[in-house]
Structure formats: structure tokens, C-alpha cells
Design a protein around this ligand. Structure first.
Ligand SMILES: *Cc1c(COP(=O)(O)O)cnc(C)c1O
Length: 486
């Protein structure tokens, strides 16, 4: 990597993908809500609300979500898939994956924008119920649903229970029969396609806890006629009067940029649909291709637009169904991260700064700055859990200082408590400055903990110049509320 004339040289400690930004104050558009911008005074603002105002009213750390951006991304997915599949099967359904971020407000936005809602536990169903999401708009996932969760789903009239195993199918059939009801069911299959961060791999046999294997031979493109767990489940579901089998489901992974993995999974499932039709005369009118669409976490990431993904998938679905001579099932997808991830940044206040000299393998040393913030792994576990990369900017002002390779760390008693492993921040970042980490809408608040008795931060939604709490922050009273000692 050659430095531009006048640009600062890259630190030898920086990973290869991290470039020295030409302008440290720039907000790289792909990382931010569309209504995030710097004010003329240089402060970060979202929907016109500045970070200094947010800090003053709500404190820090703070999750700042653009409601306008959330609704826009939700609508983009809905419109893109609707448009791509309308000519094939009358349209498509988009289920927002609630596990990525869920509260009653967000459940209402999703519903108002014409999306449905995926849940994966009794607790998530409780949020949907409080938000007034119609039962028929809900899906319930889980590889180990309790009887209580299945009863609750039936109580709420959930539109699809995504059954994960044969024992669960038998349990649900019995529960529904006892209630003299018919449960609407999708079967989750494992098509042998796994994707995580850009690439996918295709295998025949599955080694994971989720779903019904399609494999009883080594060749998934030629599934054999009825011995696989998936085929047995289809036969069992058809035989139970208390089960209304809607179709098949798969979910191949997360943070996927390219459509090929989804396309291969769709081909394999459609081949299986055709097989089930010829073996059992079964019509399986719905096909859910799951979530996993990727977002940008660092400047070089290049996720695709929903319209591109939808068009690519529609082409494969159409040609596969044509080749197999089956009608196109109603398609649904389940994006979580790609709707909520980039709507949100976390606002932190910088505290202790520490400069270290790091030994280089080639001899000599290079500087690294540790910038400690007032949160950390309790509000964003993804760097610790998944080695996830993030980026950060100085948010409360601009700076003309040169770039310093920095590591944004938290306040927890854990040396792995890293928020942003590698980022160039202005050299003059100091205690009291506000930093913003974009892309924290998905799987950050949802995975937050109280490690070190740190209260979980509030979530603020901003729309049209107004900021309001949608989830209040925890207090010390909350932290002590379940402690039975006097
Ligand atoms: C997690 C999950 C999703 C959402 O994944 P994203 O990567 O957030 O899009 C969708 N469907 C199922 C079954 C999941 O487990």
C-alpha cells in the first residue's frame, strides 16, 4: 500500500485492510445512518440532533438510533423483494429478525412499514404482544422451544412456527391436537450451505445444532427419496391432522455480502420441494430463505443493495422452478442486521488515554494509543465474541491533528475489553471528547450484559430533529432489584 503524497504513513501495527483516512473527520457514508452528518460547527448530528445535546439529555454511553433510517432500510427490503418476486409468486414477505434488536417501538415501526416479525423465544413473543403485532405476522424460531413457548405461540395465533426437529414436530402436533387446533408450520432444513463474512462453503453433511438434515446420501443436489431427517419430517407433518405444513425454511449464516450462497441454498431447497411433490404429492407453498445479509462495519466493506440481492435471488428461483417444473413458492426472508445495524451508533466519552510502544517483529517499536471509553464489552460484546471489527470517529468536534493508530477500549476488568481494535483517530483526542462507533444497531444492545455491575445504556430514537428514549437506561436500583440480600 503506497501512501498518497502528503498523507501520513500507515502504522506498521495496523492491519492490512486499514487505510490512513485522508480526512479523519469524514463520515464514510456506508457506515452511517443516511441522516448522520457533521454540523457547520463540526459536531456529529443525526436527524439534526447533535451529540452534545444527546450527551446532555441522556448521558453516555448511549445507543443512538435513527428511526428515519430504520424505516427506510425496512422499506427498502420490503419493496426490493416485493418487486423482484411479484412476477414470480405475487410478492415476498420480509420478517425482521427481532433477535438483532427488539423493543416495542421497533416492533411497531416494523409493522407500520409492512414487515413481519421473527421471534425466537417467549420473551420476544412478549415484546411483540405488548407492541400489538398481529399474531399472523409473527414467526417463532428456536432449536429447543419449551412447551410453554409452543402454547404461547398458539395462544397468540402465530403465523408460522418454524419447527427445528422431529421431536419438536411430534410435541407440537400433540399440543395442537390437545387444543383442537392446527399449528401452522415451516420446517427448518439445513441445506449444507454455510456462509460467514463474504464467503460460503457447501458441504453435504451438517455439523450444527439447528435444523433437519437433507442428507442421507453424500449428494445434496440429488437428495434421495425419503430417508433424510428432512424427508421424514415432511412425511410426519403431512400425516398429522393438527399440523398445517406451509413450507420450508433455511438460514445459512450471517454477515454475507454476495448472493451466491443464498442462491445455492434456494436451489437445494427447491430441488427438495420438487422431490417431496413427486414422492408425497405434497404442495409446499412457502419457502423462507432466512437472513444474514451483511453490513459495513469498516470503511472498505461493500455490502450490496437489497434490490441487487433480490434480483439475483429471483433469477435463480425462477430458473430452478422452471427446470424442475414446479410453481414458484411464496418467498420470504428474515434480515435483522441489514435493517437495524447501520441505523445506530454508540456514543461514548473518552477518558484515560495511554500511549504504548509496541515491539515490532522486524525490530524497533511503533506507537499505539489506548483510548478508554465509559462503556465497553458490556454494551458491545461482538469484538470479544467474534473478533468483530468496528470503526470510530471523534464526534464532539473536528480536528486537524495528525492520525494516531488507536485502540478504543472499555472500562471492564478484562484486557480483551476492546471496542475498536484498530482505528486512526486524531492525535489530540483527549479525556472529555465524545467518540461515536457506527454500526452498533444489531447484536450490541441485544447482547448487552451487566458485567462489573455496569448498567445497560439507554436507547434513543431520533427522527425529524427530535430525540426520545425508546428504552431507558438501567439504574443502580435495577442492578440491585433481584439481589435478595437486605
Ligand atoms: C439470526 C437469524 C436471522 C437474522 O440474521 P441477520 O444476520 O441479523 O440477518 C434470521 N433468521 C434466523 C433463523 C436467524 O437465526
Amino acid at each position: 500500500m503506497s501512501a498518497l503524497p502528503g498523507a501520513a504513513a500507515a502504522s506498521p501495527l495496523a492491519p492490512g485492510w486499514l487505510e490512513v483516512p485522508e480526512d479523519l473527520n469524514e463520515l464514510v457514508p456506508v457506515l452511517w445512518a443516511h441522516d448522520a452528518a457533521r454540523t457547520s460547527g463540526g459536531e456529529l448530528a443525526v436527524g439534526g440532533v447533535t451529540v452534545s445535546e444527546l450527551k446532555r439529555r441522556f448521558g453516555s454511553p448511549l445507543y443512538v438510533m435513527s428511526e428515519t433510517d430504520f424505516r427506510r432500510r425496512a422499506r427498502d427490503f420490503k419493496q426490493a423483494y416485493e418487486a423482484a418476486f411479484a412476477p414470480l409468486c405475487g410478492g415476498a414477505d420480509v420478517y425482521y429478525a427481532g433477535k438483532s434488536f427488539l423493543c416495542t417501538e421497533v416492533a411497531r415501526w416494523v409493522t407500520e412499514e409492512g414487515l413481519r416479525l421473527d421471534t425466537a423465544s417467549g420473551g420476544e413473543l412478549a415484546v411483540a404482544a405488548r407492541a400489538g403485532v398481529p399474531g399472523e405476522n409473527l414467526g417463532l424460531h428456536g432449536n429447543n422451544k419449551s412447551d410453554a413457548e409452543l402454547h404461547r405461540a398458539l395462544d397468540m395465533g402465530v403465523g408460522r412456527i418454524i419447527v427445528d426437529s422431529l421431536p419438536e414436530l411430534e410435541r407440537l402436533a400433540r399440543i395442537a391436537a390437545e387444543r383442537s387446533e392446527r399449528a401452522k408450520v415451516m420446517l427448518r432444513l439445513t441445506p449444507g450451505v454455510h456462509a460467514h463474512t463474504h464467503d460460503f462453503i457447501a458441504t453435504a453433511h451438517e455439523d450444527q445444532k439447528f435444523g433437519l438434515s437433507m442428507a442421507d446420501t453424500a449428494d445434496l443436489d440429488e437428495p434421495s427419496q425419503g430417508k433424510s431427517p428432512a424427508a421424514q419430517a415432511v412425511a410426519a407433518a403431512l400425516a398429522h391432522p393438527s399440523i398445517d405444513l406451509l413450507g420450508l425454511h433455511c438460514h445459512i449464516g450471517s454477515q454475507i455480502f454476495e448472493p451466491e450462497g443464498f442462491a445455492l441454498a434456494a436451489e437445494r431447497l427447491l430441488t427438495f420441494v420438487a422431490m417431496m411433490r413427486s414422492v408425497h404429492g405434497a404442495e409446499l407453498p412457502e419457502l423462507d430463505l432466512g437472513g444474514g445479509y451483511g453490513i459495513a462495519y469498516v470503511p472498505g466493506d461493500t455490502p450490496r443493495q437489497p434490490s441487487e440481492l433480490a434480483a439475483a435471488l429471483a433469477r435463480v428461483v425462477a430458473s430452478t422452478c422452471d427446470r424442475l417444473g414446479i410453481s414458484v413458492p411464496r418467498i420470504s426472508i428474515e434480515p435483522g442486521r441489514a435493517i437495524v445495524g447501520s441505523t445506530t451508533f454508540t456514543l461514548y466519552e473518552a477518558g484515560t488515554i495511554k500511549n504504548v510502544q509496541v515491539d515490532l517483529p522486524s525490530g524497533g517499536t511503533a506507537p499505539r494509543r489506548y483510548v478508554a471509553v465509559d462503556g465497553g464489552m458490556s454494551d458491545n460484546a461482538r469484538p470479544v465474541l467474534y473478533d468483530a471489527d468496528y470503526s470510530a470517529v471523534l464526534a464532539s468536534r473536528t480536528s486537524a491533528a495528525p492520525p494516531a493508530l488507536s485502540r478504543v477500549v472499555g472500562k471492564h476488568c478484562e484486557s480483551g475489553d476492546i471496542v475498536v481494535r484498530d482505528v486512526y483517530l486524531p492525535e489530540d483526542v483527549t479525556a472529555g471528547d465524545l467518540l461515536a462507533v457506527p454500526g452498533t444497531g444489531a447484536y450490541c444492545w441485544a447482547l448487552a450484559s451487566n458485567y462489573n455491575y455496569v448498567p445497560r445504556p439507554p436507547v434513543v430514537a431520533v427522527t425529524d430533529g427530535t430525540a426520545r428514549l425508546i428504552v431507558r437506561g438501567e439504574t443502580e436500583d435495577d442492578l440491585l432489584a433481584r439481589d435478595m440480600g437486605a
